[in-house]
Each structure stands twice: as structure tokens, then as C-alpha cells.
Design a binder for this molecule. Structure first.
Ligand code: ZN
Length: 221
């Protein structure tokens, strides 16, 4: 496979916690999320990732993934487990038990470019330790909070033996590369947006037609 599209899902549907500033821009309705999943069925070049450890990961996303035979990689905030509107320890275990992968989104949703050394230990080593303990498997993949990184952040992640780092840079990714750009769902997404993100790099009309035909078939099926 020449390239893949990484999708980032944040919150879905109703929530009982106060959203952080700007968080509403990435919060989607259930029908928008389902539209995304339906478009991902049968596409092994589409990877679904989930950030922030929202309760909707288990309550809304998990059953809909399972229904469609899809899997996702869930990047959890280790220090916020059990808070209102977030996943708790049982939720994380349920994801793993259901065949989903769990990675780290750090400890407390801090900007990794602005950490003191104590916070850096918590955000990376401590978060990995706690999540490994919870899931019973090693955790070595991270999704960088706010997609905020620089060369210092990347060096720190390499030193911590992080095996894959997801950003929010957009576009397609090489399947095996260490740094993986992702495309975040947004509150105003629709079918056109999904088609653009999934098929945006199809430059030839003939290829575009083929993809359109596949889309129609998926919708009917
Ligand atoms: Zn986040």
C-alpha cells in the first residue's frame, strides 16, 4: 500500500462535561461519525484513531465499530481517567477486550512543547506505565496533544522508545513511518468532506470515477 489516511475522532454525541476552548470544533454528531465509519468499511488504507479518552469512545464509538467489523486505536489521557465525561479504567479494559488498541495521549492534555522535566516524565513515562498496567500490554504509541510538537518533543519521544507518533498535520501518510500525520473530524463535516479527505489525492479523472462508483456501492450496501 502506497499510503494511508489517518483519521482522528475526538468527542461524539452528547456529553456531560464542559468542553475545553475550541473543543466544540472537533466534536461531531453520531450521524456524522456513522457516515465516516461507513466510508471506511472495506478500505484498508483508512486508519481510525480516537483522542482524549472521551466516554463516547466506549458508549458510542465502540459498538458502531464492532457492528461494522472495524477497529480503532484509542489514545487515552492517563491522568484524566474516570473524570466526568471521560473513559474510566473499566472502559479502557473494555476497548482492549473488544480488540481495539490503546495508546497514550499523555497525562493531562498539556502542550508537549511547554513541559518542565517533571511534567515530561508524567506525560510520557508515567502515562505509558499506567496504561500498560491497565491494559496488560506494553504501550509505545502516542498521539501528540494538540498536534503540538517541535524537534525537542520528537527527540524526547525517540528517547522514550515511542514506536509511532501521530500528529495532526493532515494529508496521507506512508503506512510504516514513525511520524504519522492525521486528519481530524470537524463539527461541520459532511459527505463531501469525507470524500475529499479519503480520496483527495486522486488526481486522475478515471481514478476519481472509480472511487465514486465504490462510494455509491458502499452506501447501497
Ligand atoms: Zn487531545
Amino acid at each position: 500500500m502506497a499510503s494511508v489516511v489517518n483519521i482522528t475522532v475526538h468527542g461524539i454525541g452528547p456529553t456531560d462535561r464542559d468542553l475545553d476552548p475550541g473543543e466544540d470544533l472537533t466534536w461531531v454528531r453520531i450521524d456524522q461519525f456513522e457516515q465516516m465509519l461507513d466510508a471506511a468499511v472495506g478500505r484498508d488504507d483508512v486508519r481510525l484513531t480516537f483522542d482524549d479518552g472521551n466516554a463516547s469512545d466506549v458508549e458510542i464509538a465502540l459498538p458502531r465499530l464492532l457492528e461494522r467489523g472495524l477497529t480503532g486505536e484509542f489514545f487515552v489521557l492517563a491522568g484524566l481517567l474516570g473524570q466526568s465525561g471521560r473513559l474510566d479504567a473499566d472502559g479502557v479494559r473494555e476497548l482492549v477486550k473488544s480488540g481495539m488498541s490503546v495508546g497514550s495521549h499523555g497525562w493531562a492534555h498539556r502542550d508537549w512543547r511547554r513541559l518542565d522535566s517533571g511534567q515530561a516524565t508524567e506525560e510520557i513515562a508515567e502515562a505509558h506505565r499506567l496504561l500498560a498496567e491497565l491494559t496488560g500490554r506494553p504501550v509505545s504509541r502516542v498521539a501528540i496533544p494538540f498536534g503540538s510538537y517541535d524537534r525537542h518533543v520528537l527527540r524526547r519521544l525517540r528517547r522514550a522508545r515511542v514506536s509511532r507518533a501521530y500528529t495532526s498535520d493532515g494529508g496521507r501518510a506512508r503506512p510504516g513511518s514513525w511520524l504519522q500525520p492525521r486528519n481530524s473530524l470537524r463539527h461541520d463535516m459532511d459527505a463531501d468532506w469525507i470524500a475529499r479527505v479519503l480520496d483527495g489525492r486522486a488526481p486522475l479523472p478515471v481514478r476519481a470515477r472509480k472511487l465514486a462508483a465504490r462510494t455509491v456501492k458502499r452506501v447501497r450496501g
